[in-house]
Each structure stands twice: as structure tokens, then as C-alpha cells.
Design a protein around this ligand. Structure first.
Ligand code: SF4
Length: 342
């Protein structure tokens, strides 16, 4: 199968139906041992210092991994992608655009899917068959999620990796299924996390310092039981059709679609506090204003740029936040709650 790079979660069912193997360029970048060099490839080509690291990483990956075709989301993801798309064209790559509709409307989404299907030389009906083929892998991801928050048997990092990988199933769906089956089997024999651990939600785009963040939280007696965007990548509400599935996927639409999902999950998962991750130079950071207004839980906003590990300043803020939550949950056990945002 011919590889096709993707810059965010898209209806991969259509790509697979057309004979492509989707590769999530973000995952390829962040998992690379050469991340700093990939960023410098982009900066040497002229990407400004104050451009988001993910965009530079995607560009670097395209250049270094010989990606020939990229599907770029022009509406419903990132305004920077539009200019990235133009630069990739300049460099001779084949670029296909895909636009999520402005609102999650099944009719509009069907139109967008049809348009892409024609461009790829396939049909939505064939993509519906692929959707069935992907169902098992997605079910495994949902089971990992459930074992994280219901049973306390899966770590926040394992949850993050299992869910974030559903954008392309690591380019190897059978391998992904085997890995998750093994994880589920091994996790079912573990002792659950202690009840006194603080329960956290992680909202926002996936972090550049994920492999460092989650274990650090756990070393401080807190764990992530809800990875918001990563869970959305796994399509928790598949619905009756491909269009329904991608209408229930909250990320490309108004932030208020995300807020509704977050509010429901915070209550169901009994979350004590929220970490909102924002990427430096990302327009989505402004959404912090809305989250702080709409989310009734203490919130810590962390910004990451191109540091792939937690620096001392971020560690101190995390420790202070967990400490505050611990005191708050103790107070809540004894009387009225105190709400503080850091
Ligand atoms: S973090 Fe923000 S600016 Fe960067 S690629 Fe994602 S949406 Fe775009």
C-alpha cells in the first residue's frame, strides 16, 4: 500500500478504502529519536522560530521520511496547516485537502466524504466496510480506556499511547491489536492504583512531553483518568454511519462541542482536577478562557514548546497543583469545597 501522511485524525476509512496506508505525521515526529533535528530541518527551510513545534516536526518528517502524499485538513484543525500545505506543494509533494464542515452536520459531512472519496477514487460505501474492519481495534482502545478510569489498572501513559495511536493504528493495525490484547491481558492481573491517588483529566492537544508527564504525575500521587483529545481520536461514539462517527468526533468543531464532552466525562470519571495543555504559538491556547469559564474543576494550564521533557518550572507547578488538590479533597471530605485555579 502507498503511504499517505495525515496531519491530524481524519476519516482514515476512506484512505484505506482507496488503497493507502495512513501515517500520522505527528506520531512519527514525536516518537522519533531525531526530533530536534527534524525541527531544525524545518527552521533551516525558513519556518519561523515562533511557529508551532508540531508543524515544524510534520514538515521535517515529510522531508526526512520521503513522504510523497499528504492529506491536509484545511478546516477543523489548524490554520498553520494551510500554509504548511502550500510549502509541501512547493517541495513537490502531492497534497490532498480535506475540510471538516463548520458544524457537525451529517449531511454536510457526507458531502465532504463524497468529495474526498471521488478525489481518492473510492466510495463511501467501501469506506463503511473498512469502518467495520477497524471496529475491533477501536473496541480494544475503548477497553483500555475503561480499564484506566473504571478499574484503575492502566496507567495514564498507556492510555495516552493506546488512544493517540488510533489516528493511524501505528501504520500496522494487526500489530496494534496484538499490542493492546497483550496490554489488556497483562493489566487484568495488576493491582489497581490506590484509591487515594488524585484523579486528573488531561485536555488539549497531545503533549510534546507525554512520556515524561504521565509518570511524573504518578510519582506525585496523581494519575490521568481522562485523556480528552486522545479519546476522541478513538471515536468513542461510532454511530450508525461514517458521517455520524465523524460528527460525534468533537475536535474539529466548535470548542463548545468539546466542553460538553469534557463536562460529562469529568463527572462520570470522578475527576479531581484538570490539566489543560497548550502548545506554544497555537491558536487553541486562547480556548483556555472558555475552559476556565465552563469547567467546574480546578485547572492547571501547562504550555509546552520544543522541550520533550518536563523542565523544573513545569515540575514545580505540577507539584503545587497536586498538593492543592490533595488538600482540597481532604477539605471536601470534611466540609464545603474550596475551588482554586492555578
Ligand atoms: S498545536 Fe496548534 S498550532 Fe500546532 S499543529 Fe496543533 S493546532 Fe496547529
Amino acid at each position: 500500500m502507498k503511504q499517505i501522511g495525515i496531519t491530524t485524525t481524519v476519516p482514515i476509512e476512506l484512505l484505506i478504502a482507496a488503497g493507502y496506508a495512513p501515517v500520522d505525521l505527528n506520531n512519527l515526529f514525536v516518537a522519533s529519536k531525531d526530533r530536534e533535528r527534524l525541527i531544525s530541518v524545518a527552521e533551516s527551510a525558513g519556518f519561523p522560530q515562533n511557529c508551532c513545534t508540531w508543524i515544524k516536526g510534520i514538515y521535517g518528517v515529510c522531508m526526512e521520511h520521503g513522504i510523497g502524499t499528504v492529506l491536509c485538513v484545511t478546516s477543523g484543525d489548524c490554520s498553520n496547516t494551510i500554509m504548511l500545505m502550500e510549502v509541501l506543494k512547493l517541495k513537490g509533494l502531492e497534497v490532498l485537502p480535506f475540510a471538516f464542515p463548520e458544524s457537525p452536520d451529517v449531511k454536510l459531512l457526507n458531502r465532504a466524504l463524497d468529495f474526498l472519496a471521488i478525489r481518492l477514487g473510492t466510495t463511501v460505501a467501501r469506506a463503511e466496510e473498512v469502518r467495520e474492519e477497524l471496529r475491533y481495534a477501536r473496541r480494544l482502545a475503548h477497553r483500555v480506556d475503561s480499564m484506566t478510569w473504571r478499574e484503575g489498572l492502566v496507567s495514564g501513559l498507556e492510555n495516552h499511547l493506546a488512544l493517540v495511536s488510533t489516528s493511524d493504528f501505528d501504520g500496522d493495525r494487526s500489530g496494534y491489536e496484538r499490542r493492546l490484547e497483550a496490554l489488556l491481558s497483562e493489566a487484568s492481573r495488576r493491582e489497581p492504583y490506590p484509591e487515594h491517588f488524585i484523579r486528573l483529566a488531561y485536555i488539549g492537544v497531545p503533549p510534546v512531553f507525554g512520556p515524561d508527564l504521565y509518570p511524573y504525575l504518578e510519582r506525585n500521587g496523581a494519575r490521568v483518568v481522562f485523556n480528552e483529545v486522545q479519546r476522541q481520536f478513538a471515536m468513542p461514539e461510532p454511530g450508525p454511519s461514517l458521517a455520524d462517527q465523524y460528527c460525534s468526533y468533537t475536535y474539529p468543531y466548535s470548542i463548545f462541542e468539546r466542553v460538553k464532552d469534557i463536562q460529562a466525562q469529568l463527572a462520570e470519571r470522578r475527576v479531581d482536577g484538570v490539566i489543560h495543555y497548550v502548545q506554544a504559538f497555537c491558536h487553541r491556547g486562547i480556548g483556555d478562557i472558555i475552559f476556565r469559564h465552563a469547567i467546574p474543576a480546578p485547572m492547571l494550564t501547562l504550555e509546552g514548546n520544543a522541550d520533550f521533557t518536563l523542565n523544573g518550572h513545569v515540575r514545580t507547578r505540577i507539584e503545587a497543583f497536586i498538593d492543592m488538590l490533595r488538600r482540597k479533597t481532604r477539605v471536601a471530605g470534611a466540609g464545603p469545597q474550596v475551588t482554586t485555579n492555578l
